[in-house]
Design a protein around this ligand. Sequence first.
Ligand SMILES: N[C@@H](CCOP(=O)(O)O)C(=O)O
Length: 498
Amino acid sequence: MYISTRGNYAKIRSAEAIRLGMVPEGGLFVPEAVPALDRAEINRMAGQSYQQIAQTILKIFLDDFTSEEIDDVVSKSYQINNFDHPDIAPLVQIDSRTFILELWHGPTGAFKDMALQIMPRLLSHAVQKTGAGQEIIIPVATSGDTGKAALEGFRDVPGVKIIVFFPFGGVSRVQELQMITAAGNNVHVVAVKGNFDDCQTAVKELFADSRLNQVLAEHNMAFSSANSINWGRLVPQIIYYFWAYAQMQKKGEILPGEKINVVVPTGNFGNILAGFYAHLMGLPVHKFICASNENKVLTDVIRTGIYDRRREFFKTNSPSMDILISSNFERFLFEVNGHDGDKITKWFHQLHQEGYFQVDDHTKEKWQSLFISDYATGKETLAQIKETFEKTGYLLDPHTAVGLNVYEKYYRKTGDNTKTVIDATANPYKFNHAVWEALAGSRHGQDKDEFLILDELHRMTGFPIHRALKDLNKRMILHDTIVEKEELKETVKRILAL
Ligand SMILES: N[C@@H](CCOP(=O)(O)O)C(=O)O
């Protein structure tokens, strides 16, 4: 069963949680209890395919779906037409202790595809199961990657309309083009004069607006979410942590039961939280290393227990992590403080009203031996891309470079030789200007055409061009709406003709 992090909603089954997206009154759905996998089952995964591991994990969490339904969605989602690598998420070794988990082989070149290729199928089943029969409206807030992955995943899905809001000027040109050229008879893309937090806050307000939800219901519509606030987005992300562990075991890099480190560059805390759920299920993890860019609200809260968003918002060269209000930290706090919904309600109310909260020492102690946090500046990010390429021939995107940079700092400080998996969250060619600046050592490329740079980078590095980016500059612009951040609700009403 699924419960609300704020204790303000009845227990529901997974299909209902996925259909609703988030708790309408505020709060996120989480499993009432996290099921444990026994050691033998985790060891068996070393001989299994990505699809088999996916089936195991999904069946545990989505037990109101039939086994046939899960098998069907898994085989349709994680297949070679959707992912350009037979491993789905290949694990690449770059030195004796460091392994890069490439999560960007899906259709849009970002880790979001790992969940957004399967989630639309889960949502369609969820809608049928809950008998709601309404048209599902999915407002999405994105800092660049979720938007395109959701547009791709939900394109032409019957009974669904998707409206993506991205910060105008706050995403890379490739990310922007991927979204504004998105085809499909049910997709809308809107640029917002604001940052990601403005988009995400406004989207959450739509869910909480009872009058608007009533009007929607009168038109036989209902909101759901494709962001990681939806449990249906998060649960598929648990799979790849077990997969990575299984690959390490299979390659003989670790012994059964040996602990690994997991490094996650993260802004909305969803990706690292999925790893934490894997750990709660029994995945042997020594340290989770949470890596931020200059918007280091997560680094600070993990270190000090004080969540404070009253700070300057930086536009960085790892824009997908330009986030100060990290939705999934709420789920994390709920797990570590023993499901105390009252505390969560108090803290998140204070965050909303006053811009900060401080957790008690007891709560902070619960994560301090397991979680490490640090951040990389823009300059360090570029230097990491260059250094890694020169040393290993491996090309990092800026977000993955943030992860590796933070990990290297941790390694220098501790000498911890534990084998380490770093989530590679995006294809480097989604961020050509930053990668060019890193490798060429100058900002000259900033004024150059994005796709000329892409070609030059390709020539320089030999790194293959992701299929999603090949003819992106030749596609027609289909979405050109730009709105003020205060106009988001009106925009939704206009699109839906309410
Ligand atoms: N980094 C994300 C922000 C939204 O995160 P999500 O995991 O909640 O969808 C993005 O690229 O849009």
